[in-house]
Design a protein around this ligand. Structure first.
Ligand code: ADP
Length: 191
């Protein structure tokens, strides 16, 4: 199994690039944001619980996202590997993920960190708001809060993998296809 984290602030292109990487390298794409939005869409109890948290740009509690990821990993034991998108977002999530993978004699092979300038992030998210219908894209205040939460709680996760020598910065500015090529070059080293 080969496993990758696609990491970066909101608007850095994690979702777009993860879908394409999963397809090209035959990996299973796991996005906690998509899973949570599915729960909201299906109006489950969990969806009702997380709706206002997400709309405010805050993080959903660790136990919820850790349980969601654990069940997906369990149900896809046949996978050649996973692309984790939007998870882990806290150091506790990172440690839980490492334990889950270790139980399956697997590990995170590489963290791909998309680097994008702040103004470009805000511009992308505001323009996505017009098509995504996502409550958390709708206004500048929530977008700025999400970026702030990233800097405070999620950026330390990058330091965790940096210490493990698994950190790879990728220029996330420019054409989607050029960024995809940069990511693919890094992934190929492990496949
Ligand atoms: P983005 O990276 O653009 O914010 P995501 O779809 O990854 O988009 O996340 C949207 C929201 O879903 C987050 O702001 C947060 O509220 C929630 N979320 C997603 N993944 C996690 C996670 N691993 N831990 C906590 N909250 C999460």
């Amino acid at each position: 199994m080969v496993n990758f984290l696609v990491f970066g602030p909101p608007g850095s292109g994690k979702g777009t690039q993860s879908v394409q990487l999963a397809e090209r390298f035959n990996l299973v794409h796991l996005s906690t944001g998509d899973m949570l939005r599915d729960e909201i869409g299906a109006a489950t109890d969990l969806g009702e619980r997380v709706k206002s948290i997400m709309a405010a740009g805050e993080l959903v509690p660790d136990d919820i996202v850790i349980a969601m990821i654990a069940s997906r990993i369990d149900s896809r034991g046949d996978a050649a590997g996973f692309i984790f998108d939007g998870f882990p977002r806290t150091c506790d999530q990172a440690m839980a993920l490492d334990r889950m993978l270790a139980d399956r004699s697997a590990l995170i092979n590489l963290m791909l960190v998309l680097e994008v300038e702040h103004e470009e992030l805000v511009r992308r998210l505001l323009s996505r708001a017009e098509v995504s219908g996502r409550a958390d894209d709708a206004n500048r205040e929530v977008i700025e809060r999400r970026i702030e939460v990233y800097m405070e709680k999620t950026e330390p996760v990058a330091q965790y993998y940096r210490k493990l020598k698994k950190y790879r910065a990728i220029n996330g500015m420019g054409d989607i296809s050029d960024i995809f090529e940069r990511l693919s070059v890094a992934v190929k080293e492990f496949i």
